[in-house]
Design a protein around this ligand. Structure first.
Ligand code: ATP
Length: 716
């Protein structure tokens, strides 16, 4: 019953409110069973020294922080309750930090916050003009970053004053403002509270004396209110001339043992003044959406209902609350449009960032195609040709001088020393009787002795520490020998194919003999570049906006994390289409990377990886508080993903248990599918292709859901 009275009379009603940060030894009690009553339509000055918990209290009141005990009712309901527009359109909020988009102009800033609060363009323009004038702000086209700190704070205040919400929360709005303007701001606040008879204002300030103009003040210390009443009543009670003296006196009393000042906190059912009694009975008629104020004189009726929606017939009230509930679950197009517009302005003002977004993947694909997967060239190979006849020289002549660069040595030990000293990759030894033994071997065939076979064999001493180069030299030597024997056999009138291996490499079913490692890796590189760039940009953008208080400010204005994410996807999607198209163009047209498949499948699959990366970026930003932590998390994820998703090496080479892990990672299916599309021309009828779309979608849903749950749990 007491609570019902409390919520009826008071726009904000807190009882036994507790909030702490940290756990165990690090537990820090910030609000310790705080009681507070802010009557409807009042200006409430919340006073207290730095660090006593004012900002924390305000955040609990607007539902931006979860409470650990007690109750809070803001405009009749728990803040953050489903369908309640706190946080949301019922609140105007000026946080302590500047919390503005630095690259926006004043006009764009006010326009953005006006849109979030559902104001029409003409209403925004009209109100902005007044506020700019009143707050002595310069031309509205000036960028926020070009303003002084004081001017930026005044724009922040203007953004909060733009609309006339039910509850206006101003956290130190007059800091750094000159006394004349401070006076004007207070006059304006009094005007808002008096003329409209609907806006409740809570204001924190370090200038205690200015709060003497408030209808009610709460003096806060150590996470509790020491006293709460009209300033004149408090001053009269202690026979002191100003509020500062009252505050000091109360702090002094609070330090005394066994002090009990509970009588200084009036009972919630006690109207806080006779003249304002009617204000306590103000309700809004939400059925018409007209912000019409309904006066209701019957206390009995009020106490039987909540303050919210009292003016509605029961049936209408239920249907309206249902509508609000549905609206709170469905992302609002208006919010998405406003936040997307904000993102577009941000991009327009950050051309260097936009260029970075386009250039990084382009540079990555160019560097990859230029540096990875091609055949090594100009490899120094030491050759010791001791053959007394000409076949040894003939063989040497067939060796490719593009791949190898030959260094002739007279002694095989010198050639091997070259390899030891790192001067050559291999040493080739053609023995003294090579020509003669080779001829004997050809003539005697199966009857050739081991000595003949050994004499006609060319020895290759290799540096196997670099496997890739060693394999290239081996392959080139085998190729050279095959060419050499076929020419030799032909010159003796034999069938030139007689010397070939009895395995024929027939026409490949997919790909061709010219297919390189570049073709193998290109799909993985494109997929991973898109994924990680989107991940990094999303994580950074959310963390920076959160750090600057921008996300909080948007959320207090009623934008939910889903809407912020959708708006981010909408704007980044355009950039991503450009990035991916440019990467594919460079890979296919400039570097001739093989693509046998449908370009549409490839494009959609890769763009989907961008969305997948954004979901991971959102998850990282939900888990990490700072950019450093996010960078560490992203790097910690990136390398394992690159190594285990089959981007660099086929997953078939992994042990079975690792293969199972690899297959559930977000990039494995898409990389294999992109490879199948590009290399084999496969389409949706093939399992690997459709299942990669399915796996990506599942990852996007999983990571986004997890992020939203974490955001909710942390109540950030
Ligand atoms: N997220 C947080 N994690 C840990 N401690 C916090 C957090 N937010 C605030 N605090 C701590 O809680 C205490 C109260 O902070 P709060 O910002 O509410 O004080 P305040 O009265 O508004 O002070 P000021 O006027 O200087 O802003 C401070 O000691 C602050 O360091």
């Amino acid at each position: 019953m007491e609570q019902e009275h409390g919520t009826c009379y008071n726009a904000v009603y807190c009882r036994g409110l507790k909030k702490h940060f940290g756990r165990g030894k690090n537990k820090l009690e910030i609000l310790c069973g705080l009681n507070m009553s802010v009557p409807y339509g009042a200006i409430y000055g919340l006073l207290g020294s730095s660090g006593c918990g004012k900002t924390t209290l305000l955040k609990c009141i607007i539902g931006r922080m979860k409470i650990d005990g007690g109750i809070v009712r803001t405009l009749g309901q728990s803040p953050g309750a489903r369908g309640h527009q706190v946080p949301g359109r019922m609140v105007g909020y000026m946080p302590q930090e500047i919390a503005l988009f630095m690259n926006f102009s004043i006009h764009e800033t006010l326009n953005f916050f006006g849109q979030l609060h559902g104001m029409t363009n003409s209403a925004i323009n009209h109100r902005s003009e007044f506020l700019l004038n009143f707050l002595n702000l310069p031309d509205s086209s000036r960028l926020i970053c070009k303003l002084s700190g004081g001017q930026q704070r005044r724009v922040s205040l203007a953004a909060a004053l733009l609309q006339q919400p039910e509850l206006l929360i101003l956290d130190e709005p007059t800091v750094g403002v000159d006394p004349v303007l401070r006076e004007k701001i207070w006059e304006h606040l009094l005007e808002i509270a008096k003329s409209s008879l609907k806006t409740t204002i809570i204001i924190t300030t370090h200038y205690i004396e200015e709060a003497a103009q408030a209808d009610k003040v709460g003096l806060m210390r150590g996470g509790r209110l020491l006293a709460e009443n009209k300033p004149s009543v408090l001053m009269a009670k202690f026979g002191l001339l100003n509020l500062e003296a009252v505050f000091l006196h109360l702090c002094h009393r609070d330090r005394l043992p066994n002090n009990d000042d509970s009588e200084l906190l009036p009972s919630i059912s006690e109207p806080y003044s006779d003249t304002e009694q009617d204000r306590g009975l103000l309700y809004r008629n939400y059925s018409s959406g007209s912000d019409k104020i309904i006066f209701n004189g019957s206390k009995n009726e009020i106490s039987a209902t909540t303050a919210y929606g009292t003016g509605l017939a029961k049936g209408h009230r239920v249907s309206f609350q249902k509508k609000l509930l549905v609206a709170s679950c469905v992302p609002s197009c208006k919010n998405i449009k406003a936040v997307s517009g904000k993102n577009l302005i941000f991009m327009k003002r950050n051309i260097s960032l936009l260029l970075f977004e386009f250039l990084v993947p382009v540079i990555q694909i160019i560097l990859f195609c230029v540096s990875i997967g091609g055949d090594p060239r100009d490899l120094p190979v030491s050759v010791c040709n001791q053959d007394v006849d000409e076949l040894g020289t003939l063989f040497v002549g067939f060796i490719s001088n593009t791949t190898m660069h030959l260094v002739m040595r007279d002694d095989i030990n010198l050639a091997i020393n070259d390899v030891r000293d790192g001067l050559s990759w291999s040493a080739l030894h053609i023995k003294e009787n090579f020509s003669m033994d080779l001829m004997t071997r050809l003539e005697e065939g199966p009857r050739a002795t081991n000595a003949t076979i050994d004499g006609s064999t060319i020895d290759l001493y290799q540096d196997m520490s670099n496997k890739q180069i060693a394999i290239t030299i081996q392959a080139k030597m085998l190729e050279t020998f095959s060419l050499f024997t076929s020419v030799l056999l032909e010159s003796f009138g034999y069938n030139s194919n007689l010397g070939s291996l009895p395995i024929k490499l027939a026409k490949p079913v997919y790909g061709n003999t010219a297919t390189t490692l570049t073709d193998f890796m290109a799909c993985g590189v494109i997929v991973s570049a898109t994924f990680f760039l989107a991940c990094g940009l999303t994580a950074m953008s959310f963390i920076l906006e959160r750090k600057e208080g921008l996300i909080e400010r948007m959320q207090v204005a009623g934008v939910n994390p889903q809407e912020i994410m959708i708006a981010h996807v909408v704007t980044q999607f355009l950039v991503m289409m450009g990035q991916v198209s440019l990467m594919l163009l460079i890979a296919f047209v400039v570097f001739n990377i093989t693509n046998e498949g449908n370009l549409f499948y490839l494009l959609t699959l890769i763009v989907l990886q961008g969305l997948n990366g954004m979901a991971l970026g959102l998850l990282i930003s939900a888990c990490c508080e700072t950019e450093i932590a996010a960078i560490q998390a992203a790097l910690g994820i990136m390398y394992p993903f690159l190594l285990t998703s089959g981007i660099i090496w086929p997953i078939e080479a992994m042990p079975q248990w690792m293969k199972h892990i690899s297959l559930i990672l977000p990039l494995t299916y898409p990389t294999n599918a992109a490879r199948a599309i590009m290399g084999k021309g496969w389409g949706m009828s093939m399992t690997i292709v459709w299942s990669s779309y399915l796996s990506t979608t599942a990852w996007i849903v999983l990571m986004s859901t997890l992020s939203f749950v974490i955001i909710k749990i942390k109540a950030i």
